[in-house]
Design a protein around this ligand. Structure first.
Ligand code: GLN
Length: 535
């Protein structure tokens, strides 16, 4: 669209203030007024994408339909907007530099000196404008990762300055800061916000709207002071108070008028009041559960819940559908031993074994599968979790001694999970897995068919290893069957044990596809099975 509007969201004072949630909430409100909106995240680190990052660094790596490994904020964007994102929605400094250096090597710069300004900033601007050029969006929201004042953020802030100059009223800047509360003097302090805005001004950027994160309500005095010192309109000082769930934030932002002020600044019609019926009904179910159910989440990063963000959010969506509060019990796979299984899983009506890479914690994951299988507790294995279900079944039901995935044991006699042919010669670690959406055919009469209510679906993947079809017949004879397959490659995508109360392993990641208005059916059915088990 020639007149696409651009909103830039920057952050000051501290990191982790929730720029992603504010961006997603504003996008939701604009969408609910009938605008087509997308959100983009620019990350100032040098990794080309977060695919090679340890989850301890930045939490979960989110995967898009087109196979991009991205920042977890894209998960929030999809969950709020119910629209898929793509490679273009997440750009890192590493990717920007990579494309500039590739061009330089090709000689595209015709002998010129290649510099941060204009070459890097031009590439940043190109990536921002790219989404608008698709012609689909009325508004593109670009969230700038990091905090204003960081050395690595400078080229991004400079790109925003230039774009604001070039786009005029087709662009605006929202700056998110923290207003700390000093308990001793019982006061909200605005100085950090003033300093942070000053830093933006030094870079030539005047914010249009300030969103102030705070634990306490902002007084009129505080609002007036911030407006005066930071040159923003009084109604453009927006309070973002701590709430119980991130899903309340769009409602709070609506009450504060964030969408109205954004439309006004961008010279866009308000059109209509935001249509939030489905959203509100989700919130109503979420906030008024009739039961509670405990589900164990077994993984090796449980001390950092962000590592499993999409999974825990999927349980929130699936819980709301069922009007059930899902209480997740985070079980560290490294702390599991035969002697403490009963204690660790006490009161749990479902066991989920999480995705992962590498050997650490595998024995615990295998024990968790065995416990769920033998005690008839509803079980969901995702990716590595599904692979563990296969390995456990091979070892303890088929009696394949030492069966394993070749990821953990290259020389196992029973490589029930093994590398695909086309993965064998790959040396680069970045972006080389089976990534993104692949089709899956579902077997009639399976749990998966009951959940999906169809025989064909597209699912998002992120892995190198696969079920080894050489052993499929053995598994099926012994009671673990393949209920989902890729029709082109015959790769096994879903396994189930029909004799068990509810036992499903999926090679793909259903958690990447669960949204507020479209909770993922596998999670919905899993929660239902857990409730039934508890009863
Ligand atoms: N490590 C396994 C593989 O690469 C599983 C990956 C995952 O759980 N995402 O196949």
């Amino acid at each position: 669209m020639a007149d696409t509007r651009y909103i830039f969201v920057t952050g000051g004072v501290t990191s982790s203030l929730g720029k992603g949630i504010i961006s997603a909430s504003l996008a939701k409100l604009l969408q609910a007024r009938g605008y087509n909106v997308t959100i983009q995240k620019l990350d100032p680190y040098l990794n080309v994408d977060p695919g090679t990052l340890n989850p301890y660094e930045h939490g979960e790596c989110f995967v898009t339909d087109d196979g991009a490994e991205t920042d977890l904020d894209l998960g929030h964007y999809e969950r709020f907007l119910n629209n898929p994102t793509s490679q273009a929605n997440n750009v890192t400094t590493g990717r920007i530099y990579q494309s500039i250096i590739d061009k330089e090597r090709r000689g595209d710069f015709l002998g010129k000196t290649v510099q941060v300004i204009p070459h890097i900033t031009d590439e940043i601007k190109r990536r921002i404008m790219l989404l608008g050029k698709k012609g689909k969006y009325d508004v593109v929201i670009t969230e700038i990762g990091g905090t204003v004042g960081d050395i690595e953020s400078l080229p991004y802030i400079e790109a925003v300055r230039q774009l604001k100059w070039e786009l005029g009223r087709r662009s605006m800047v929202i700056h998110l800061t923290l207003v700390p509360y000093l308990a001793a003097s019982q006061e909200l302090k605005t100085k950090p916000t003033q300093h942070s805005v000053k830093m933006l001004l030094e870079a030539g950027v005047q914010p249009d709207v300030l969103v102030l994160r705070s634990e306490h309500s902002l007084t009129d005095d505080v609002r007036r002071k911030v407006a005066l010192f930071c040159n923003v309109d009084l109604d453009a000082v927006i309070e973002s108070i701590d709430v119980k769930t991130i899903y309340q934030v769009p409602i709070k932002m609506k009450d504060e008028g964030l969408d109205k002020i954004a439309l006004h600044k961008l010279n866009l019609e308000p059109r209509k009041e935001p249509e939030l019926k489905a959203w509100r009904s989700f919130l109503e179910r979420l906030e008024n559960p009739t039961k509670e159910v405990k589900i164990a989440l077994v993984g090796k990063y449980v001390e950092l819940p962000d590592a499993y963000k999409s999974i825990s959010e999927s349980f929130i969506h699936a819980g709301a559908v069922n009007k059930v509060k899902v209480k997740l019990c985070w079980v560290h796979s490294e702390g599991l031993e035969a002697a403490n299984l009963a204690e660790k899983f006490e009161g749990c009506s479902g066991v989920l074994v999480a995705p992962g890479f590498g050997h650490r914690g595998i024995d615990g994951k295998l024990m968790a599968v065995k416990y769920a299988r033998e005690n008839n507790i509803p079980f969901l294995g995702i990716c590595l979790g599904m692979q563990c279900a296969v390995i456990e079944f091979a070892r303890n039901v088929l009696d394949f001694k030492g069966a394993h995935s070749t990821e953990m044991d290259r020389k196992t006699q029973y490589p029930v999970i093994a590398l695909m042919e086309d993965q064998k010669n790959i040396l680069d670690m970045g972006g080389t897995m089976r990534l993104g959406a692949y089709p899956c055919d579902i077997k009639k009469g399976s749990i998966a068919e009951k959940a999906y209510r169809k025989s064909h679906t597209m699912k998002r993947h992120r892995h190198r290893y696969e079920f080894n079809n050489k052993f499929l017949e053995d598994f099926e004879k012994a009671g673990m069957i393949a209920t989902g397959k890729n029709e082109d490659t015959d790769l096994v995508e879903i396994v189930e044990i029909p004799d068990h109360e509810w036992f499903v392993g999926v090679q793909f990641h259903p958690e990447y596809k669960s949204t507020v208005v479209n909770p993922h059916p596998i999670f919905v059915e899993f929660v239902r099975a857990a409730v039934k088990h508890a009863e």
